[in-house]
Design a protein around this ligand. Structure first.
Ligand code: ZN
Length: 328
């Protein structure tokens, strides 16, 4: 079963989270394998997508955003696009667009950053947008400060989180065909204190002590090996890493509240998309193929619109059935 655990280091401004996705992750893969056009993911793509989902769940839980958190990698190699989308209730879905072969053991840069043009985007799309409001999007390159390609998704996202939240973050991610898992450790801002760098004297000493605490915990977290994250249960991982620390644990999210596979596609949404094509383009497809068929690349659901359905879509707004206009 999938599960998410949150904890605090007692007396220290440091929090942690560990996610372990099993059924939610295998469902994502099962849907892909059932797609006769694409077939199952090649192993390196599977590992990347699993890590993206685990990271997305950690980030969504960390900021508690009311809407969807969308993690996207726009690649310039064989993986053109990889997407993981996590809702505030931890319903999740993911997909990747792959062109050509991805050899076994392919590095991250070989998949998505072949020519140094790969990008990672994090979008926060609120449940309801105010008029004129755009979803927030942050974009980071897949290279470090010296323009060298990063080979770990965790490094890309750590960089993003330091930049966007101004909080020191340590992330460990791993995924295979059964488990997608992640550990996040984050330093919290001190309550009632301003910019740490501007402080002097007693506060400076205090800051130094807190830095040492965070560095110790981050070093312990970073020592977690990929294999351990994939094969050990959460209790064992926390005991092994932090047996000398005092942890305050919270009620884990598991069972009904656990992260789970959920696709937000619907016939109404596909109808909107067809509307976006324009009436002449839609009629061209109808003339050529008899109907418009759209498959959801996240869950595999098949939507088919015949001439009557298409005529409905392009009716004047006032004549539309009551179900359509409400859809976002
Ligand atoms: Zn779907």
């Amino acid at each position: 079963m999938s599960e998410l655990h949150k904890f605090l280091f007692e007396g220290l401004p440091v929090r942690g989270m560990i996610v372990r996705l099993t059924d939610a992750w295998t469902e994502v893969q099962r849907r892909r394998a059932a797609n006769s056009t694409t077939g199952a993911y090649a192993q390196p793509v599977q590992a990347l997508l699993g890590e993206m989902i685990a990271a997305g769940v950690l980030m969504q839980s960390n900021i508690k955003f009311n809407g969807s958190l969308i993690l996207q990698i726009f690649g310039d190699g064989p993986v053109k696009l990889a997407v993981a989308e996590i809702q505030s209730d931890l319903g999740l879905r993911a997909t990747a667009t792959v062109r050509g072969e991805v050899p076994a053991g392919a590095a991250l840069s070989a998949m998505v950053n072949l020519h140094g043009q790969g990008r990672c985007a994090i979008t926060l799309d609120p449940k309801s947008l105010l008029p004129g409001q755009q979803p927030y999007q942050g974009v980071v390159p897949l290279t470090n400060a010296d323009y060298r390609p990063l080979e770990k998704l965790s490094d890309v996202l750590q960089h993003y989180m330091r930049q966007s939240e101004q909080l020191e973050t340590t992330l460990v991610l791993a995924a295979d065909d059964r488990v997608a898992a992640g550990l996040l450790i984050q330093r919290l801002p001190l309550q009632g204190k301003g910019n740490l760098e501007g402080q002097r004297g007693q506060d400076e000493h205090e800051t130094e002590v807190l830095n040492e605490h965070y560095n110790r915990i981050a070093t312990l977290a970073s020592s977690l090996k990929r294999d351990e994250l994939l094969t050990l249960d959460v209790e064992t991982i926390l005991r092994r890493l932090f047996w000398e620390e005092k942890l305050q644990r919270f009620e884990p999210l598991q069972g009904e509240t656990a992260p789970r596979f959920a696709c937000s596609c619907s016939r109404e949404r596909v109808g909107k998309m067809i509307q976006g094509l324009g009436v002449s383009e839609a009629h061209d497809i109808l003339a050529e193929q008899g109907s418009i068929a759209v498959d959801c690349e996240f869950c595999g659901a098949q939507y088919r619109f015949d001439a009557v359905d298409v005529a409905q879509i392009f009716k004047a707004p006032g004549e539309q059935p009551p179900s359509s206009p409400a859809v976002q």
